[in-house]
Write a protein that binds this ligand. Structure first.
Ligand code: WTA
Length: 655
């Protein structure tokens, strides 16, 4: 996935249609960006004023990266559920469609909800949670398929001041148990089953398996497929039964801007996944503002983000961003290739989607299936396209632009992270020419900086100029994560200690002369598989749990569709022989330990791993070998056993 020469450095001008009626032209962007830098408090107060506050903030920014303390709107009071629902109903939007649900199978009925209907559903769920015992500040684990009730569950928690921790529906019972335990969550909301490409996902059964290891006070089960599930007396409640007779009123809790809104677990370079904590005020303002400007959202448009609510993209850009902005969002339970490879485009046509937001991996996979799947549908409604999760290669960008966007729809390539809460670097549809493969320019209030490994500044917005280095952000922004749940020290260590006083993203990046940022990928031990972020350490710990495995080292390698694949070097215990059956067994093992997204692509059995004399695994070498790049292995003389490397190369060439 190299830049093809043909497209390298290409500049695609802002389409005329994107300028007309835009909320932000190039000139406006420059003025707003400058103001967000020169007078951030005035700028963010203005943005915050689009929302309702029970108490208007008088203090806007209050942060330091050394020592680390981050606060925004700290004396303000609000509730994000009020801003997503009640405010719109009160302002005459009650009858507007807020959510369109497209089920897994095109044969099944579409469900639509107005703002007033969502509010009604959320109040019912909020009161049901209260009946179950959930109180303000309690952590509630949400393990749901991509159905409206997943969004309602999140909003219901927010409404009563409970902190949701959504666990992606593809995670294993172990992963659920670890996450429940880490945030001491006493309550779980799940569905009986989920549906993906006609296959059933046993969500309740997975929760039951997780709860064999740990216990919770109550589980609320939402009936979706109607599949058979076991119910534990006294602990499990069917939502449709238990919610009977609850009050139809439930005022929003008054939350301080810095009260936690949610925890979302994400992978890092070391240890187990960490619970990233977002708070109420800054996250509300950040998701509303970024949604509005990045997609240049216009009244009445249908917006569709294909992410899952289990990831941050689903939190910010299926639920909180679009609803706070008063938009109409589509939610899709299924997969791009079921019943056929045209499913996405069929849905776009069916619902006349105007804004479509997906991941490069999906674009690459669909591109491979040929153009007919796209051209047989009328996609003329599409006005803005977006991508997220990983760098997009210019070839896929072109295809997306020309075929899906009929050569006219601007593409926003949004770079951001779980920790950033929302978009950080992206072009804006009516403001910026596009460069395929580059995320573009910083969003309002974002001050990126590139530094070398020693922390020397190479380039930022004040110096200008071209450079390549490690991407830091040197000022706080409202949507920034505030801590890691239960481990503030880890938060400081992970993000602010590599380059003291700066937020380090973990990404490598190039800035060109025009001030466009090109993300080059992670520079730490995190890999990005189909846009899913994964710590190599997590896969390694899963592998070594297997009785036959002595040691494992996991690295990423370039993969045509997934962006990166998972390459595992495995050393077996004495007396164990490697064969195809063991390969299969270990792949299945990792799937059950973590989830299908962590399935190894390559298992490479080796008698040993290349280590320094002090016993440190030389990952640099393992990465190069996995990439089939033997010319630049670098210095191997510090290895305890340099001869291992030849064996590894031979092993690599044989597959
Ligand atoms: C990568 C997903 C290039 C990056 C929202 C980041 C990207 C990690 C882009 C965060 C993009 C995300 N171009 N790389 N447009 N968007 N990334 O936390 O490596 O799941 O650090 O958040 O994805 O992944 P996360």
């Amino acid at each position: 996935m190299q830049d093809t020469l043909e497209h390298a450095g290409e500049i695609v001008p802002v389409p005329a249609a994107a300028i007309e009626g835009t909320s932000c032209t190039g000139g406006q962007y420059d003025a707003m960006y400058a103001r967000s830098m020169d007078d951030p408090d005035a700028f963010w107060l203005e943005q915050a004023e689009r929302l309702d506050w029970f108490k208007k903030p008088t203090k806007i920014s209050g942060w330091s990266f050394d020592p680390v303390e981050i606060k925004w709107f700290e004396d303000g009071e609000l509730n994000i559920c009020h801003n997503a629902l009640d405010r719109h109903v009160a302002n005459g939007r009650g009858d507007q469609t807020a959510l369109i649900f497209e089920p897994d199978s095109p044969e099944d009925p579409v469900r639509k909800f107005t703002y007033a209907e969502i509010l009604e559903n959320v109040i019912r769920m909020a009161n049901t949670l209260k009946k179950m015992g959930v109180q303000r500040g309690d952590r509630v684990t949400v393990y749901m398929p991509m159905v409206p009730e997943g969004a309602f569950a999140m909003l219901a928690c927010a409404r009563i001041g409970a902190v949701h921790s959504v666990v992606f529906g593809g995670f294993s019972p172990d992963a659920i148990a670890n996450r429940i335990e880490d945030c001491q969550s006493d309550y779980v909301i799940c569905a009986d089953e989920g549906l993906r490409g006609s296959k059933r996902v046993p969500l309740k059964a997975n929760v039951d398996a997780a709860l064999e290891k740990i216990s919770v006070k109550a589980v609320l089960v939402i009936r979706h497929t109607g599949g058979d599930v076991a119910m534990t007396e006294g602990r499990d409640h069917w939502f449709h039964e238990y919610s009977e007779g609850v009050s139809t009123e439930c005022p929003c809790e008054v939350m301080n801007a810095e009260d936690p809104l949610f925890i979302l677990y994400t992978s890092g370079s070391t240890g187990k996944p960490k619970g990233v904590v977002h708070t109420t005020g800054g996250y509300s303002v950040w998701t509303e503002t970024t949604f509005r400007y990045t997609f240049d959202y216009r009244e009445g448009e249908v917006y569709w983000c294909t992410a899952d609510i289990g990831w941050v993209t689903g939190h910010s850009y299926i639920v909180y961003g679009p609803l706070q902005a008063g938009g109409t969002a589509l939610m899709f339970e299924g997969v791009p290739n079921y019943p056929a490879h045209d499913r996405f485009w069929q849905v776009v046509d069916k619902h006349k989607v105007n804004i479509f937001y997906t991941a490069p991996t999906a674009i690459r996979a669909l591109m491979r299936e040929g153009n007919d799947h796209v051209t047989k549908h009328d996609l003329s409604s599409l006005r803005v396209l977006g991508t997220v999760g990983e760098p997009i290669n210019p070839e896929a960008w072109r295809w997306y632009h020309e075929l899906v966007g009929h050569g006219e729809a601007p593409i926003v390539d949004t770079w951001w992270q779980t920790e950033t809460g929302g978009h950080m670097i992206t072009t804006l549809p009516g403001a910026h020419p596009m460069k395929p493969g580059s995320a573009g320019r910083p969003f309002f209030g974002i001050a990126p900086q590139l530094v070398d490994n020693d922390g020397t500044v190479l380039a930022d917005e004040s110096t200008g100029g071209a450079a390549e280095g490690n991407l830091c952000i040197i000022r706080s922004w409202p949507g920034q994560a505030r801590t890691v749940y239960g481990d503030h020290e880890r938060f400081i260590q992970t993000y602010f200690s590599t380059y003291r006083g700066k937020y380090f993203t973990g990404d490598g990046c190039r800035r060109d002369e025009d001030g466009y940022y090109w993300i080059t990928g992670r520079v730490d031990d995190v890999i990005n598989v189909s846009g899913h972020r994964m710590g190599t350490a997590e896969v390694e710990s899963a592998l070594v749990l297997h009785e036959k495995v002595a040691e494992a080292a996991v690295v990423g390698y370039p993969h045509d569709i997934k962006g990166q694949g998972i390459y595992c070097y495995v050393t077996l215990n004495a007396g164990v022989d490697a064969d195809d059956a063991l390969t299969k067994e270990l792949r299945a093992w990792v799937r059950t330990e973590i989830g299908p997204i962590a399935t190894p692509d390559h298992l490479h059995f080796t008698p040993g791993l290349p280590k320094t004399r002090s016993g440190k695994i030389m990952r640099r070498i393992l990465r190069k070998i996995a990439e089939n790049d033997y010319g630049s292995l670098g210095d191997t003389s510090t290895l305890a056993d340099p001869s291992l490397v030849d064996g590894l190369i031979e092993g690599r060439l044989n597959r």
